[in-house]
Design a binder for this molecule. Structure first.
Ligand SMILES: NC(=O)C1=CN([C@@H]2O[C@H](COP(=O)(O)OP(=O)(O)OC[C@H]3O[C@@H](n4cnc5c(N)ncnc54)[C@H](OP(=O)(O)O)[C@@H]3O)[C@@H](O)[C@H]2O)C=CC1
Ligand SMILES: O=C(O)[C@@H]1CCC=N1
Length: 291
């Protein structure tokens, strides 16, 4: 099979810390909230070889794995008062942000780049909490970050220096690809497509399995073939130089079984209008979370 052309925005994962600005950190990186998404970023930094002694985690319920990292020097829940971080990654739920973040104003005041991955929370919100002139990045990653295959889209405010942006690029790129946009308004739709997107793909695997069961397959077989099909198709899409539409056409024999199914899925009331409605709902919700 022909290999896919090199991606113009490759993951920085392959670079390793020696080729990254992470190698020359003057101050620590502070992660606020090490749940599913923050934890995936942390795993990415450690996988990349970032010295655990340069990482501070603020997290009320650290996992046993994270607590074990403390042995290698990672600082868990120290008093944030004396810290002079180079970057602070905000990975708490947007709903808790107004109550949780003001306690961290001192970190921003020391000149750190404040990188938020919180859905909906705007650069304006960060500037309001941490003060005008705060260097702020709003980023939207996704959970394939956990295996180094994440997709993040980020936007920076005018206070972020070139060095600050390079640091944000390397921190976010530790878990996959990073694209930057200039127009912050795009981030709500990005959240709907790639931030939430993995959930739609997992739902497709669930739905395919249920439909298989309805067609008479034993549940274990239906689940296995649905999972392998979604995973295999995703891997083919990742590795192939061909676009999704071409790969779809490669499966579709004229007058065959796939065409019969696609007639349903691509009908006027098929997947497209449904997906459009779903993405509009998620985009709307992202905007609501701003407030
Ligand atoms: N999950 C995803 O696919 C994605 C999530 N995001 C964003 O990432 C952020 C985190 O989401 P997710 O990881 O799913 O959520 P989680 O609930 O898994 O993680 C949030 C973590 O923050 C902790 N926390 C709560 N309050 C504080 C505090 N004051 N200081 C430090 N830590 C605190 C929580 O602890 P406790 O549970 O004890 O409250 C929890 O461990 C959200 O803003 C979300 O919008 C962005 C992209 C994708
Ligand atoms: O569901 C959410 O709000 C978060 C943001 C994107 C994925 N999960």
């Amino acid at each position: 099979m022909p290999q896919r052309k090199p991606d113009p925005t490759p993951a920085t994962t392959a670079a390793g810390p020696s080729k990254s600005v992470l190698a020359g950190l003057r101050g620590p990186i502070v992660l606020v909230g090490a749940g599913k998404m923050g934890g995936a970023l942390l795993d990415g930094w450690l996988r990349l070889g970032l010295d655990p002694r340069k990482i501070v985690v603020l997290e009320p319920q650290p996992s046993p794995e994270m607590a074990a990292q403390a042995i290698s020097g990672l600082r868990l829940n120290p008093d944030p008062a004396g810290l002079k971080p180079q970057a602070v990654v905000l990975a708490v739920k947007p709903q808790v942000a107004p109550a949780a973040l003001p306690a961290l104003q001192g970190l921003a005041a020391s000149g750190a780049v404040m990188i938020s991955i919180m859905a909906g929370k705007t650069l304006g919100f960060l500037e309001q909490v941490f003060g005008p002139g705060t260097a702020a990045v709003r980023a939207m990653p996704n959970t394939p970050a956990a295996i180094g295959r994440g997709m993040t889209v980020a936007v920076a405010n005018a206070a972020v220096s070139e060095a600050g942006r390079a640091l944000a690029q390397d921190l976010l790129g530790a878990t996959g690809k990073v694209d930057w946009v200039d127009d912050e308004a795009l981030i709500d739709a990005v959240t709907a497509v790639s931030g939430s997107g993995p959930a739609y793909v997992f739902l497709l695997a669930e739905s395919l399995a249920r439909a298989g069961m309805a067609a008479g397959l034993p549940p274990a077989l239906a689940e296995k073939i649905a999972r392998e099909t979604v995973a295999g198709a995703g891997e083919l899409l990742f590795r192939s130089p061909q676009d999704a539409a071409t790969l779809r056409r490669n499966v579709t024999s004229p007058g065959g079984t796939t065409a019969a199914a696609l007639d349903v899925l691509m009908a006027q009331d098929g997947l497209d209008p449904l997906m459009e409605k779903a993405i509009a709902a998620a985009t709307r919700r992202s905007r609501e979370l701003a407030g």
